[in-house]
Design a protein around this ligand. Structure first.
Ligand SMILES: [Zn+2]
Length: 346
């Protein structure tokens, strides 16, 4: 099997995907058609090209947060949000994903409340499990650029949703513009969620901020996202790097996202290599497959080619990632990946 096919066929788990950033061009076209057909105002006069950020794009990490408003305006009604969720789940499934944790920040819009936002995504996930051979779970996101009171309200909503839908809602995460907001301010909300049983993942080390990285690692999240500026080569310190290596907190690695936002100069110098060699658990993820025009199988292929990993190592990346999923279905997911490995004797 050639590498492209192999990375596509390999059962994979996606643990870091933002719903609104994952909308493909085709999903956005469906949404635009829905707005036109329903007579609703389509506020996305932006061209699709503005939504997609390629390698040669002059926009950086900070600019990326602007493009999400395009997707947000396309998911403002329950019907549109349901369409976006369902189509995105189908795309991950077609790409060989066997388990996904999709994340999103609940928003009040003109047409729905934050509670309805959560209910809509949950119902789509429940429905999709009836016809897709992929398990899907929901991580609720706190946007760190919102006021702390809003974060507290989201955490309460996450706890209530976890009680209401324990089979779907699995975690709470902190994301958003990394130069805004102080991690310590969100600790009480994150702690309450953790005590209620939710798993926690934090976007960590997206920008150079060793103090915050140390605070985040001390909090002992179940996983972190990116971890770009933790190694001293990328603006971290010996302390941040040794704290991560000692903690062995799994890192959700998003290669193309980091390269296209210029958080990392190129694939070759990506910190995946440092993490992998240091034995820190790594999970290959897409972050925003729509914005960065990628897919999970594409990220696996890039990883294999860049770091010269043979098929056996690539398969083990997927197998190891199963250990870090938030839902209590590790065995089921491991079995799917393991039977692929056994079938092809990899
Ligand atoms: Zn992210």
């Amino acid at each position: 099997m050639d590498l492209n096919n192999f990375c596509h066929e390999l059962p994979k788990v996606e643990l870091h995907a933002h719903l609104n950033g994952s909308l493909s061009r085709s999903t956005m076209l469906h949404l635009k058609r829905y707005y036109a057909d329903s007579g609703l105002e389509d506020k996305t006069n932006a061209f699709f090209d503005e939504f997609q950020i390629g390698a040669g794009d002059c926009r950086n990490l900070s600019d990326c947060f602007q493009v999400f408003s395009i997707a947000h305006s396309l998911t403002s009604t329950p019907e549109a949000l349901a369409m976006a969720t369902t189509l995105t789940l189908q795309e991950f499934h077609s790409d060989g994903c066997c388990y996904i944790e999709l994340r999103s920040t609940p928003r009040n819009t003109q047409y729905m409340t934050k509670e309805q936002y959560v209910d809509t995504i949950v119902h789509c996930m429940q429905k999709s499990s009836l016809h897709l051979s992929m398990l899907s779970r929901f991580i609720i996101s706190i946007n760190r650029s919102y006021p702390v009171a809003e974060a507290e309200a989201i955490a309460e909503l996450a706890i209530a949703s976890y009680k209401k839908y324990p089979d779907v809602v699995v975690g709470l995460e902190l994301s958003g513009e990394p130069t805004i907001g102080k991690f310590q301010d969100f600790v009480p909300a994150l702690t309450r969620a953790r005590e209620a049983g939710l798993k926690i993942t934090l976007h960590c080390g997206e920008v150079c901020n060793p103090e915050e990285i140390i605070e985040m690692l001390k909090f002992k999240p179940d996983r972190i996202g990116h971890g770009t500026c933790i190694h001293p080569r990328f603006g971290g310190t010996n302390d941040t790097w040794s704290a991560l290596c000692a903690s062995k907190i799994p890192v959700e690695v998003c290669l193309t996202s980091n390269v296209n936002t210029k958080s990392t100069p190129d694939y070759d110098s990506h910190h995946f290599k440092d993490l992998y060699e240091a034995g820190v658990p790594v999970i290959i993820c897409t972050d925003d497959k729509g914005v960065f025009t990628t897919s999970l199988s594409n990220e696996y292929r890039i990883c294999a080619e860049t770091f010269n990993l043979d098929q056996s190592r690539v398969a083990r990346l997927s197998l190891d990632a199963c250990q870090h999923i938030f839902a209590d279905v590790q065995k089921t997911v491991v079995n799917k990946v393991q039977s692929f490995i056994d079938k092809y004797n990899i």
